[in-house]
Design a protein around this ligand. Structure first.
Ligand SMILES: Nc1ncnc2c1ncn2[C@@H]1O[C@H](COP(=O)(O)OP(=O)(O)OP(=O)(O)O)[C@@H](O)[C@H]1O
Ligand SMILES: [Mg+2]
Length: 359
């Protein structure tokens, strides 16, 4: 087990700058998730840590040792990819032990480790099968098992669930989390799926265009996003954003004026973006819980009942708003209804910079 430290990491491919200066300290035993839109550099950063790419500048330390010039196989890491890369002619048992045989471990030790990994991942009854005789989820578990038997200092995962269907994805995701809670090996996990990031991570590193936008716990990023990009990326359905204006102690929207405590600094022209998450709206009699100034009327457009909750698109003075209501009851399309915003959950951004305004 080991810490991983990145200092001033940059990576260019030819003239294209892909990683533009990353500083990050990952602690021993931590589960860190790199998340961000496609092409932001997540896989490249992981491959730099694995040693599959050389950094253009900067230092990478694993367990306090600089590994810039250390070959991938000597970095004591194990990587799990999206395409499991199993050997089709070999049984599960031989696939699991492949790396250990290559490293010339004694047969008894290989057996011991293979059986231990198989037990951890519930693969005991599948050891004699070949990859072609396994489901996608089972194959991914074998791929994880192959990393596990090597007892690495650090696990690297690159979108290991993206080939699985939605249900299996949830199941294997839970297994990965359970596994980490058992063995506590430092793990770095790449995904573009913010739900995976939220559910797995001790800390999330949100990347955009080769730079870090914010590092923090899932709660930090959800409740205290540094800027509008983070606010819009984390949370599903995504946060609503409205162009608005600060006027003294009020936020002015076309459809309401919201009371608002002052900020430490505010844009001089008062131009802000107001962010409200879909779940921070109230409807019907629930609106009585908040001050009158936070209430407004809107017309119900699209209604998507989901069983225990419903997703609505409502319209207030020409503005479409995504709303998520908890509970089995839902309003009718076309009706006009009283809504309110929870004044404790407003996110206010400088319209020009996108940065969060702090109190
Ligand atoms: N070998 C390479 N040569 C040139 N450009 C590359 C190379 N590898 C990656 N890139 C570019 O670097 C950028 C980042 O790629 P990377 O694979 O790290 O993105 P990602 O965040 O993992 O995206 P995704 O979510 O789609 O997997 C992309 O614009 C990509 O085209
Ligand atoms: Mg990738």
């Amino acid at each position: 087990m080991a810490s991983v430290t990145l200092r001033g990491i940059r990576k260019d491919f030819g003239r294209t700058q892909v990683i533009k200066g990353i500083d990050l300290a990952i602690e021993d035993k931590e589960f860190v998730v790199f998340v961000g839109p496609s092409g932001c550099g997540k896989s490249t950063l992981l491959r730099l840590i694995a040693g599959l790419e050389d950094a253009t500048a900067g230092d990478i330390l694993i367990g306090g040792r600089t590994v810039n010039t250390v070959a991938p196989k000597d970095r004591n890491i194990a990587m799990v990819f999206q395409n499991y890369a199993l050997y089709p002619p070999m049984t599960v048992a031989r696939n699991l032990g492949f790396g250990l045989r290559a490293a010339r471990l004694p047969a008894a030790e290989i057996d011991r480790r293979v059986n231990e990994a198989a037990a951890m991942l519930g693969l005991e009854t599948l050891l004699a099968r070949r990859p072609g005789e396994l489901s996608g989820g089972q194959r991914q578990r074998v791929a994880m098992g192959r990393a596990l038997v090597r007892d690495p200092q650090v696990f690297l995962f690159d979108e290991p669930l993206s080939n699985l269907d939605a249900q299996l994805r949830n199941q294997v995701r839970t297994e990965i989390k359970k596994l980490h809670q058992q063995i506590r090996t430092t793990a770095i996990y790449v995904t573009h799926d913010q739900v995976e990031a939220m559910t797995l991570a001790d800390r999330i590193v949100l990347l955009r265009d080769g730079r870090i936008e914010q590092v923090g716990t899932p709660t930090d990023l959800f409740e205290r996003p540094a800027n509008r990009f983070v606010a819009g990326f984390i949370g599903s359905p995504a946060m609503n954003f409205f162009p608005a204006r600060l006027d003294g102690a009020e936020i002015v929207l076309p459809w309401m004026r919201l009371p608002c405590p002052p900020f430490a600094t505010a844009p001089t022209d008062g131009r802000i973006t107001l962010g409200i998450r879909p779940e921070d709206f109230l409807a019907g009699t629930d609106t009585h819980a908040v001050p009158e100034a936070c209430r407004f009327e809107a017309q119900v457009g699209v209604v998507e009942p989901m069983g225990s909750e419903s997703l609505l698109v409502i319209n207030a003075a020409g503005t479409d708003i995504q709303v998520r209501l908890i509970g089995r009851a839902f309003p009718q399309t076309g009706s006009t209804l009283g809504f309110a915003v929870n004044p404790a959950e407003l996110h206010v951004f400088d319209a020009a910079t996108g940065n969060t305004l702090r109190r």
